[in-house]
Design a protein around this ligand. Structure first.
Ligand SMILES: [Zn+2]
Length: 275
């Protein structure tokens, strides 16, 4: 597709400088990835920041509406019984765990970042929350009815292996919810066209060397193909437009309408059933 710098390429991309990496898109499954994949010496180089630096003040407040749509979908797809087990992979501040508990799930979580884990522990304790990454956490096979990966899979170097772990912990017939950046996002295409018109070969997709450290963008086909390898089917999916940045406010309405109509919003959510 082009090159991605280790920082913002900005409105004057010809004046930007930094270290660049090639960004590629699989023609078969629409996965977007860096090639070669730059890997930091320590993961804490990316995620060791304190929560206050990463999230704004109101991000710490919990209300029952948080994660409500995803919980409603999980309850419908399972179907739900009181006390069913749930696991939040990348629990962050523990808010989804709070909502899952509030909704009648027996909720567990893992969080790989020590500062986030410590902050979450002050809110919800450490009985059901582990300081662990999905790659090295341990649970019994078939422990959970529902597992959620919210804003996680795009940060993981081997997302298929992470899904395989989750599927091992999931009961047969259980549901995994995954929310990821969509590789079909219209705004990326517009910004890439801008970079091309400015005489550069930069692309805006992913951010493997700077915050928010997105290593991948996914298409629905990425999960269709991966489901054959890992043993799941996609039972539901939706695209979400989300917030629009870097374009005049007057264009937000038409862009929002077009992205909703053409499934080219920022986020893709899939619900996967273990087969
Ligand atoms: Zn592919």
């Amino acid at each position: 597709m082009g090159l991605r710098l280790n920082g913002t390429q900005g409105a004057r991309p010809r004046e930007a400088s930094g270290i660049a990496v090639s960004v590629k898109k699989c023609r078969d499954c629409e996965l977007v990835f860096a090639d070669p994949q730059p890997i930091p010496a320590l993961l804490s180089d990316h995620y060791g920041v304190p929560p206050d630096a990463y999230w704004s003040a109101n991000a710490f407040e919990w209300s029952p509406g948080y994660f409500a749509e995803e919980i409603a979908a999980a309850k419908r797809l399972l179907p739900f019984r009181q006390g069913m087990t749930a696991l939040d992979i990348g629990a962050g501040l523990g808010k989804a765990m709070q909502s899952l508990t509030h909704a009648g799930f027996d909720a567990w979580g893992i969080e790989p970042s020590a500062p986030f884990f410590q902050r979450a522990a002050t809110r919800i304790g450490t009985e059901r929350l582990q300081l662990a990454a999905v790659e090295d956490a341990h649970f019994e096979a078939a422990s959970f009815d529902f597992i959620t990966f919210g804003a996680v899979l795009e940060h993981i170097y081997r997302p298929s292996a992470a899904l395989a772990n989750a599927l091992h912990w999931l009961k047969p017939g259980g549901i995994i919810q995954v929310e990821v950046p969509s590789s079909a996002h219209l705004m990326s295409k517009i910004f890439n066209l801008y970079f091309r018109l400015m005489g550069t070969n930069y692309v805006t997709n992913i951010s493997p060397m700077h915050t928010p450290f997105h290593l991948y963008e996914f298409g629905l086909t990425s999960f269709e193909r991966n489901g054959r390898i890992n043993g799941y089917e996609i039972v539901e999916h939706l695209y979400q437009v989300c917030d629009i940045y870097h374009v005049p406010k007057a264009l937000h309405g038409p862009l929002r309408w077009w992205m909703a109509r053409t499934n080219t919003g920022m986020q893709l959510t899939v619900y996967l059933r273990k087969v």
